[in-house]
Design a protein around this ligand. Structure first.
Ligand code: GDP
Ligand code: MG
Length: 168
């Protein structure tokens, strides 16, 4: 029985919740101050998808995204991508398009989802739902709204990407 391994990169501005999302999905935990484990490039989780065993390797950054210093090794061989922004950070929303271009430059066109995280803080939102929809549509990506804190929709992000990869 073959096991399919998928490298997934998670990009977006600092503090949108990328590391938290990986930790939530792979370890089932959430903390206010998650620090990347030194020496670990990715965490993994195995799921069953359309009757296939899929091993998802979720690649984290060590904060290099904040000074635009993500290396080619991070993107190399990625088969799927999460473009993440935060409900409470307008700059992170406006950066989504440029993150998509960076990933495409290194990886070509791969299954990609836009994640609007921190929807538990919707009363402090800095984005309008309509403009988020318009952006997702114009980039041709599915939009998934998550709260990593409350564990809302996180599984769906990775199930969607695995399903898309199996279709290719
Ligand atoms: P990264 O820089 O993108 O990796 O972001 P982190 O994972 O380090 O998260 C930045 C901060 O946002 C941390 O304090 C997290 O606890 C917090 N955070 C992450 N996801 C959520 C969420 O869904 N809701 C809320 N309220 N806080 C979150
Ligand atoms: Mg991080």
């Amino acid at each position: 029985d073959l096991e399919i391994a998928l490298k997934v990169v998670i990009v977006g501005n600092g503090a949108v919740g990328k590391s938290s999302m990986i930790q939530r999905y792979c370890r089932g935990t959430f903390t206010r101050d998650y620090k990347k484990t030194i020496g670990v490039d990715f965490l993994e989780r195995q799921i069953e998808c359309n009757g296939e065993d899929v091993r998802l390797m979720l690649w984290d950054t060590a904060g290099q995204e904040e000074f635009d210093a993500i290396t080619k090794a991070y993107y190399r061989g990625a088969q799927a991508c999460v473009l993440a922004f935060s409900t409470t950070d307008r700059d992170s929303f406006e950066a989504i398009h440029s993150w998509k271009i960076k990933v495409e430059d290194e990886c070509g066109k791969i299954p990609t989802v836009i994640v609007q995280n921190k929807v538990d803080l919707i009363e402090r939102s800095q984005v309008d739902p309509q403009e988020v929809d318009i952006l997702a549509r114009s980039l041709g990506c599915k939009l998934i709204c998550t709260s990593v804190k409350d564990d809302v929709n996180v599984n769906n992000v990775f199930r969607f990407l695995a399903t898309r990869c199996l279709m290719e």
